[in-house]
Design a protein around this ligand. Structure first.
Ligand code: 5GP
Ligand code: ZN
Length: 228
């Protein structure tokens, strides 16, 4: 079943679209920029570039899909009605509209700020990265400024500031991150000679990105643990 997903660059939409791809479900996304388009294309989605208020783009996007999942923070009247009309004209049998504000509830409203977070934007596909592995809950990608022959970052898709916060809030997700660390280390051929896993946490450790990430380093002797 081919599904059109709107809002795929949003917080809920990116997770939903990512999960569909992980389950090898064919998806099409409607995104606004060429960068977003390239990122979703690289992940295996069919892509239409355009705005929900652009009738031609919407017409193209709904043609030939079996279902539409419309994910928007608030369901804007104009865009949602336009999409529903295009779906009817194209004979799309299923249209699901979800207000993602309502999905998370007011207690999660704060997490909207996470779209300012660099790694959340990598999860959503808005910023490209060289992906090494993706699971339902985690993502592994190459560090943009590698400090060793192999330097991979492993993150949970959900935003937590650091490893201590993650471990206390969601032990299962913390273990998913470690499992991905282990699998990545194995696939990179780091296990036999050894490798290092670092979670910089807070100011003294020099943590620059406030989205928990494991650095997986190896492929050569790594020297002393701390700079001397
Ligand atoms: P921290 O200092 O927070 O432990 O590590 C942050 C890491 O993220 C650094 O090693 C840095 O090179 C990496 N990084 C920063 N920006 C980007 C980016 O846009 N893409 C990727 N792949 N890595 C990044
Ligand atoms: Zn984040």
């Amino acid at each position: 079943m081919r599904t059109l997903i709107t809002g795929a660059t949003g917080r809920v939409g990116s997770r939903y679209a990512g999960q569909q791809l992980a389950h090898r479900q064919p998806i099409r996304v409607l995104v606004q920029t060429e960068d977003q388009a390239a990122a979703w294309w690289n992940r295996g989605a069919e892509v239409i570039v355009g705005d929900l208020c652009d009738t031609d783009a919407v017409k193209l996007a709904v043609t030939g899909v079996d279902a539409i999942v419309h994910l928007a923070a608030a369901l804007d009247d104009y865009a949602t009605t336009g999409l529903a009309e295009a779906a009817r004209d194209a004979g799309v049998p299923r249209l699901v509209c979800v207000s993602t504000n309502l999905v998370s509830g007011p207690e999660h409203t704060m997490s909207f700020v996470t779209m300012d977070c660099l790694f959340c934007r990598i999860v959503s596909g808005e910023i490209p990265a060289t992906l090494v592995r993706e699971t339902d809950t985690t993502l592994a990608f190459r560090d943009i400024m590698p400090k060793a022959v192999s330097h991979i970052l492993v993150i949970p898709k959900e935003h937590y500031a650091d490893v201590a916060t993650l471990a206390q809030a969601d032990a299962k997700l913390a273990s998913d991150v470690l499992e991905t660390v282990a699998i990545v280390a194995e696939h990179e051929g780091l296990v036999a000679d050894g490798f290092r896993v670092i979670f910089n946490t807070g100011e003294y450790a020099g943590q620059e990105v406030s989205h928990v990430h494991a650095h997986v380093l190896g492929g050569e002797p790594l020297g002393p643990m701390l700079a001397t």
